[in-house]
Design a protein around this ligand. Structure first.
Ligand code: NAD
Length: 378
């Protein structure tokens, strides 16, 4: 029997990855690539998920992130009703100084070695241009610039999905889809937040906004001036304490946490940021406070819908049409949560798990294409 060191004995990797189908560690000494690809579930189709680049301090931190994110992608794909499974990749490195074309080509080779089981593209720390290099090694890349056959800026359908999410929420709370006559507190005016803010102003809504980037604030103020609309700029934590009707987080995750959950005065939270609740118990606390929470992965699926659509040949009208279904999906989840007396997150997870169960039953039917390979009459 081989002897191994004690620190190896303490790592039970199969316990950590027990919910996942496959985890691949990618190491390329020549380019310095250190990446992990996690495939959570391919019941609905090949795994799809972005590739994040971050200077993770430890491999465990990177593994934790990729496992968590890839599982989230399974739920997001099911909820958006796209025929993909959940996957994600992380590259361990500093996006400001460790990027090279060779590194992304090496990454592309690893993706290619999965033989169509995993499709990827940009996420935090990576850009569509990085994947133009990866594309030279694999066709399993989505979300590249339009001139390379990609579908363009995915924040357009993401922002539209947030608007549909707000409309569904307003319908439940105030009996009408109307966006006007309400006040929204928007955190983050980047690619998604700015588009949401502009649309809300066009509809006659009032806004509180905050962003750490002064040019983002200038953009919305000059847009508001053109429309003669009202925008109040707030700083930092003030965004959680406004008297707005709806909080719209469009900057970063974990915004609903022990420090914020009790100061929030809004009636609802609907935004694009991923993983808005630090913990499930914060979802429960929102419910106790009577704050309606729109589960983030339902609301922010517009970008996913767009990149998934690339594999059928991009079609903007089809993407926008499909993004519209976020409205009815969210209404169903709100209704289920109400009927079953559970949080909206629990209702969303149940909805996805039931859909997955239904699909896995259907996919197991015998079809002509599943005949044994040795059947020469195929
Ligand atoms: P972005 O980087 O373009 O915008 C983020 C904005 O938040 C920036 O303007 C930044 O200055 C601001 N910000 C950062 N820290 C802040 C702080 N402490 N307070 C206030 N503002 C702060 O990102 P994006 O593409 O607009 O995405 C926004 C969020 O939505 C992210 O969490 C992202 O993961 C999520 N999301 C985006 C998409 C998409 O299609 N772009 C899809 C799904 C989810």
């Amino acid at each position: 029997m081989n002897t191994i060191t004690s620190e190896w004995k303490s790592v039970d990797i199969f316990t950590q990855i027990k919910e996942h189908e496959q985890v691949m560690f990618c190491n390329d000494e020549k380019t310095g690539l250190k990446a992990i690809i996690a495939i959570h579930n391919t019941t609905l189709g090949p795994a799809l998920g972005g590739c994040r680049m971050q200077p993770y301090q430890t491999v465990e931190e990177a593994l934790f992130d990729v496992l968590h994110l890839s599982k989230g992608m399974t739920y997001k794909c099911i909820a958006a009703d796209v025929d993909f499974g959940g996957g994600k990749a992380v590259i361990i490195g500093d996006p400001r100084k460790d990027k090279t074309p060779e590194l992304f080509r090496a990454f592309g080779q690893f993706v290619e070695s999965l033989n169509g089981r995993f499709y990827t593209g940009t996420d935090m720390g990576t850009t569509p241009d990085d994947f133009v290099h990866a594309m030279k090694e694999t066709s399993c890349i989505v979300g590249v610039p339009e001139e390379y056959g990609g579908s363009g800026d995915s924040s357009v359908p993401t922002a539209l999905g947030v608007i549909y999410g707000i409309q569904a929420t307003n319908k439940v709370l105030w009996g009408s889809d109307d966006l006007h006559g309400k006040t929204y507190a928007i955190q983050g005016l980047g690619k998604v937040g700015l588009k949401v803010a502009e649309r809300l102003l066009e509809e006659g809504a009032d806004l509180y906004v905050c962003d750490i980037n002064p040019s983002a604030i200038e953009s919305i103020l000059s847009y508001a001036k053109k429309l003669g609309a009202g925008v109040k700029v707030v700083q930092g934590r003030e965004i959680y304490q406004t008297d707005a009707d709806v909080f719209v987080p469009c900057a970063f995750g974990n915004v609903v946490n022990d420090d914020t959950v009790d100061v929030l005065k809004v009636k609802a939270i609907v935004g694009s940021a991923n993983n808005q609740l630090l913990d499930v118990r914060h979802g429960q606390r929102l419910r106790e406070k009577g704050i309606l929470y729109a589960p983030d992965y339902i609301v922010n699926a517009g970008g996913l819908i767009q990149v998934a659509d690339e594999l059928y040949g991009s079609n903007k009208a089809r993407v926008l049409q499909k993004t519209k279904s976020i409205y009815s999906t969210l209404l169903n989840i709100y209704a289920q949560a109400e009927t079953e007396n559970i949080t909206t997150v629990e209702a969303a997870n149940r909805f996805c798990e039931e859909r997955l169960e239904m699909r896995s039953r259907r996919n197991n039917f015998f079809t002509r294409n599943k005949r044994p390979k040795w059947d020469v009459r195929r």
